[in-house]
Design a protein around this ligand. Sequence first.
Ligand code: ATP
Ligand code: MG
Length: 594
Amino acid sequence: MTPMKWFYGFLKKYRKLMISGLFLTTIIAALSIVNPYISGIMVDDVIVAGNYDLLPKLIGCLVAITLVTCVLRFLYLLMFETASQGVLYDMRSTVYRKLLEEDLNFYNKKRTGDLMSRQTGDMDAIRHFVAGIIYSVYQNVLLFAFALVMIFTVSPKLALCMLVVLPFTAISTFMQSKEVKPAFQRNRDCFSSLNAFVQENISGNRVVKAFAKEEYEKGKFQVENDRFRDAQIKGSRVWMKYVPIFEILAYALTVVLMLYGGYMVIQGEVTLGDLVKVNGYLWMLNSPLRMAGWWVNDIQNFVTSVEKIYATYSEEPKVRTPRFAPTQKPEAEFDYSHEKIRGEVEFRDVSYSADDEDIVKDISFKVEAGQTVGIIGSTGSGKSTLMNLLCRFYDATTGQVLVNGTDVRDMDLYNLRDNIGMAMQDVFLFSDTVEGNIAYGRPDCSFDQVKKAAIMADANHFIKSMPDGYDTIVGERGMGLSGGQKQRISLARALLKDPSILILDDTTSAVDMETESYIQKQLKSIKEGCTVFIIAYRISSIKDADLILVMDEGRIIERGTHSELLAMDGYYAKAFHNQYGEIPEELLQKKSIA
Ligand code: ATP
Ligand code: MG
């Protein structure tokens, strides 16, 4: 599908409204030819021939036409505005829905600011085209054609003379159109880039402040700002040089009329009234010529925006539900029913590589439903990646990840993730109340359930001490929370889902030991059959797990229970001694070499 076909799909729904608008536009264009016609009659029949009785009728006619035109203009503007808002509404929703479906690789590659520009600036260029350009081009082309026909009825020779300018206009329009397109593409790229820069700086404002890099960021902003301004000026220069050409062509018509028309009056080929009539049609010929340059800009801007939005839209997520998987996605927006799956997990020779680099290699392990798995290992060893593969944020390059004996790639994505509760390493809270954040995965649950989850995550007492308790707004625009508090809200959010698989990625790293041991006790009380993955650096967080996996450079280097691993006297045992006693010299040396 081409970007334009895709766009037409949105326009189609408002076809009737648009056609009605164009019909009214046609009537207005037709009425426009009456005024100059009446002016001609006034000169020939009223002023020259002295038929003064005609005057009130002609004036009445002019007033009536003006009134009808005003009403029709209001109506068609309303129609085009409604259609444009409708197209925009549908397009925004469609693009946003697609954005939500995109996989993590898509978001890893894209800048938030760029995606925001697609949904704002580019969408607005489309709205402007639908609301203002379509009817304007149509109306002016009609006016031009009608005027030409009317002049033809007065004098075919005069009409043909005036047509001389048309080829020049066509050539200029074509040349401008070719030249402005790359300029507009550059403009939009610079706009996106500026947006992305500002967005990143606002989000990362704390880092900028902490490193006192305000001046440095101001300088970088200056560069982006300059680039955008220069691109705008350069783009403007491209189309500005065509403005005089279109103006000259428009005035050329007046010159042709005055010279040749005047000559024809002198020769008696046409009357003075005819000349006045044709002069009245002149603006109808001039207007499209004057506006052609602007239209070219707006149309190219529109085309660039549609192409950019479509390029983002048409990126298909690699991770998606296979067609043959039973779809569990609730049809109704507020249907929160979910089908439980057994939390048995198996990794079979799983490897995952990104950009030709192995991230995890030859991972094999099996966990029965209800067991607890501890994962420990150096930073960047691939622990979170394992969990990302389990949730199908990415698909394994080779091997299989199985949940309840089924390859996750053959499962319904919604159903799989609905059964997984994940407290991620980088906690994200929405601008919502504490209750809203905790109940994010189960918005239909009761307040008591929210409170129970908060108690299990040891979050209840600090939430209660907040100004509005569970109704306190947190997240981007909300109250500041400590790292440990955020972790506990995120843990409560994962627990409330009542998942079959619970993933706690570094979830208790920012809480004190006492709180951690309380949370661990609570975790033991969660429903039977829930498989728990705990990723941690602290031995205390994982030592009671049924299976502990030790990872290094993307591989499982040791596995077993706490006592088995201690007996191995390998990485785990060293980490244990490191945390509970002296740091072995060997480990220190390894770190300093690395
Ligand atoms: P930490 O303990 O610091 O959280 P980790 O063991 O969870 O580390 P991962 O987040 O799994 O480590 O990352 C493992 C490696 O893979 C890192 O070197 C990281 O840079 C790389 N990596 C992770 N995701 C991607 C990706 N989508 N594309 C490219 N590289 C990635
Ligand atoms: Mg991690």
